[in-house]
Ligand binder design. Structure first.
Ligand SMILES: Nc1ncnc2c1ncn2[C@@H]1O[C@H](COP(=O)(O)OP(=O)(O)OP(=O)(O)O)[C@@H](O)[C@H]1O
Length: 582
């Protein structure tokens, strides 16, 4: 994708407009710095010419003092400018990071299954970090350098029109060359950032599976993978640097040529007696000043080339359309237990591979459905449709009679509580882990929930109470404790529908009793869908649905099915639920 000027402009306007005062300061500081850069060589000329003309000592000292003061002022301005630029850059990149993060969180599940977390981290952090110069200095400094360049050329014309003419032609030619070189390195830098994202994706995936990797003895294999990715990144980096270097080398040569031209012309006019020694020095200083912006402009274009890769990827991510969006027009769901209905619902992740086919179900408010089926039969998928992680490919899912696609996502998520087997414990306090940063939930409510769910003894053993920080990934918790924490999270949100994917692994009897008790409290006064693996859980269900290859193999009242000896459910009970489904 070739980035248009509009893409750059839009990005700058979006993130710099809110801090226009700082940007204005940055421009003013830059203008002062440029003015001093233009004035100083004139002071040097006056000094040299006064000295040659045997001017007074006081006069010379006065000129030197002005030169000194201006030079010090320029240094101070440079420091302040760096400070303001860093502020502008951090504010802009933080805002961009937040926007990307929010967008990623809103993107649907299909996106997340095709993009690894590591790759997204690289996008949200790596790419955005490499854009910091773009926001802080690049465009403003680029504009400043162009002003400096024009200023120097105008002053050179004022010195002597022939000198101004020759050096203007030189500048134009140098620019044409620079222009040709521009954009050359972009694809190489893009490839380097992609290789870097691949490396991070690989690292994240492998590190999150450390236990499996070690226990299966795959460490060597993983290291080989790391070496392949690192080598690939190095190769791409080398190529990108190589292209940059050739650009850089050409520019240095052009600069040397500019100075040679200035020296030859200065010498000629001096010997011809039409130029003073001070003016020759002025000419030389201006040409050096002239080469600096050309050099810096190339540098900045190089950085722009590097940024282009990052900008392209960031913009592509920001432009990734959300397929699951807020519905409109429906009245928000009322508090309390929800009525759930699936009307002839079918779904597939990949075309031609049906995962759910013609599912029909009706759950009265406050009733509980046990969802059974072998692994891969579509149980989790069915519950994902309720949360709108995906939308059905056919049919309608309704809550309290409303098509859930008409509801806002916030409303939907507020009324559905989901506990999966994979409980995500955050590396933060117990309080934050339970409230998920909702400041409206009081400590008294938290303690009540812990007490109700039987987590009180565990909580008492924590050194700092609710302020105790849990280990990353919940490594300090047992599977049962992690499940109970997930229950407490749902409990505190008080949803009208609870979806529970029960742990399939066997727990010790004491933990199992604790969980059973917690499930009872969690489901009180709520509608429940439980992906069940144990007899005890199934026994509290009012209805049972058995899925087979995405189709409803059996659906009805638990009592009826249990008493019908020919039903699959009765067969399951005879063989032992745990044996078949665990
Ligand atoms: N994100 C996905 N993309 C593509 N296919 C998927 C995805 N998630 C699940 N599937 C496939 O859909 C089918 C149903 O999966 P699902 O997870 O719903 O089964 P399940 O009954 O919940 O299994 P389990 O009890 O093992 O969790 C499986 O064949 C699975 O491979």
């Amino acid at each position: 994708m070739k980035l248009s000027a509009k893409t750059y402009r839009d990005l700058l306007i979006t993130y710099l407009k809110p801090q226009w005062v700082r940007v204005l300061w940055l421009c003013l500081l830059l203008a002062s710095s440029i003015s001093i850069a233009l004035i100083n060589p004139q002071i040097v000329r006056t000094f040299i010419d006064s000295a040659s003309a045997k001017g007074t000592l006081w006069g010379l000292l006065f000129i030197a003092l002005i030169f000194l003061l201006l030079s010090i002022a320029r240094q101070i301005i440079t420091v302040i400018e760096a400070y303001v630029a860093a502020n502008v850059s951090l504010t802009a990149t933080n805002a961009l990071r937040a926007d990307l993060m929010l967008h990623c969180l809103q993107l649907d599940a299909t996106f997340h299954t095709t993009h690894s977390p590591g790759e997204l981290i690289e996008r949200i952090d790596g790419d955005v970090s490499s854009l910091s110069t773009f926001f802080s200095r690049l465009v403003i400094a680029l504009f400043g350098n162009i002003c400096l360049l024009i200023g120097v050329l105008v002053l050179l014309f004022l010195v002597d029109w022939r000198v101004g003419g020759v050096l203007s032609v030189f500048t134009v030619l140098a620019f044409l060359l620079v222009n040709r070189l521009r954009g050359l390195a972009t694809p190489y830098w893009e490839a380097e950032r992609q290789a870097s994202a691949d490396l991070f994706g690989f690292l994240e995936e492998r590190l999150s599976g450390t236990e499996d990797v070690r226990s299966s003895g795959a460490t060597q294999y993983m290291l080989q993978g790391l070496s392949v990715h690192s080598r690939n990144r190095l190769r791409k980096l080398r190529k990108a640097m190589g292209v940059n270097f050739s650009t850089w080398g050409t520019i240095t040569l052009v600069n040397a040529l500019g100075m040679a031209i200035a020296l030859v012309m200065g010498s000629y006019f001096y010997w011809a007696g039409t130029m003073s020694s001070g003016t020759v020095l002025l000419l030389f200083l201006y040409t050096t000043t002239l080469t600096t912006p050309i050099e810096q402009i190339v540098n900045q274009l190089r950085e722009l080339q590097q940024s282009a890769g990052s900008i392209e990827r960031v913009v592509t991510l920001l432009n990734t359309k959300l397929t699951i969006v807020d519905g409109q027009g429906a009245t928000p769901l009322a508090p309390g237990a929800l009525e759930v209905a699936f009307e002839d619902v079918s779904f597939h992740y990949n075309e031609d591979v049906p995962v759910l086919e013609h599912i029909q179900l009706q759950l009265a408010p406050g009733s509980i459905m046990g969802l059974l089926g072998r692994t891969g039969s579509g149980k989790s998928t069915l519950t994902r449709l309720l949360e709108r992680l995906y939308d059905p490919t056919a049919g309608v899912v309704r809550l309290n009679g409303t098509d859930i696609r008409m509801l806002t996502l916030d409303d939907l998520h507020e009324h559905i509580g989901m506990v999966t087997q994979d409980v995500h414990i955050l590396h933060t306090t117990i309080r934050n882990n339970l409230t998920l940063f909702d400041a409206c939930i009081t400590d008294a409510q938290i303690l009540e929930a812990l007490d109700l769910l039987g987590l009180e003894p565990w909580y008492r053993s924590q050194a700092d109470g609710l302020d105790t920080v849990l280990a990353p990934g919940g490594s300090g918790l047992s599977a049962g404790e992690a499940q109970l924490i997930a229950f407490a999270r749902v409990f505190l949100r008080d949803p009208g529908l609870v979806i529970l994917d029960e742990a399939s692994s066997r727990l010790d009897p004491a933990t199992e009793r604790l969980l059973e008790h917690a499930i009872d409290r969690l489901l009180e006064g709520r509608t429940g869908i439980i992906i069940a693996h144990r007899l005890a859980t199934v026994q509290r269900a009012d209805t049972i649905m058995i899925l087979e290859h995405g189709k409803c193999a059996e659906y009805g009242s638990r009592q009826d099915l249990a008493h019908d000896a020919t039903s699959r459910f009765a067969q399951l009970l005879r063989i032992g639920l745990e044996e078949v489904l665990a």
